[in-house]
Design a protein around this ligand. Structure first.
Ligand code: AMP
Ligand code: ZN
Length: 116
């Protein structure tokens, strides 16, 4: 059995349904679900099903699939017109808390720049 999940990983548990979440999107390689502590009116997390710690570990081909899924989600959620922000926190200085690569999709209000 091909199981690349990491037993103690929170997001692997969400992928497997061990920790409950409401997927707003799912395909063969990617899932997306609401962030439990939203920082914007729209705040989803987009993750590969397969466990990779950070963007530095993700195969380049998979990035394309995540990108394609992200565009589908943007259209599905009606975010294309007003726009959105896509954020990847990497490592400790980047503010990464969950060690399973993910992208924050933020929208629904005017987002400030630069971030803190
Ligand atoms: P990061 O700081 O980039 O690693 O972001 C991790 C994100 O995961 C944070 O925004 C958390 O609010 C979010 N998070 C933690 N636990 C859960 C959960 N069970 N379901 C959904 N989002 C979560
Ligand atoms: Zn994981």
């Amino acid at each position: 059995m091909d199981d690349s999940s990491s037993p103690d990983c929170l997001f692997c548990k969400i992928v497997k349904g061990i920790i409950p979440s409401n997927f707003i999107y799912e395909d063969d390689t990617v899932v997306a679900f609401p962030d439990i502590s939203p920082v914007a009116p729209v705040h989803f997390l987009i993750i590969p099903k397969q466990h990779f710690v950070s963007i530095m570990d993700v195969p380049v081909e998979l990035i394309g699939l995540v990108h394609q899924a992200t565009r589908d989600i943007v259209h599905q959620e009606g975010l294309a017109t007003r726009g959105f922000r896509l954020v990847n926190n990497c490592g400790s200085d980047g503010g990464q808390v969950v060690q399973h690569v993910h992208w924050h999709l933020l929208a629904g209000r005017k987002l400030t720049w630069p971030p803190g």
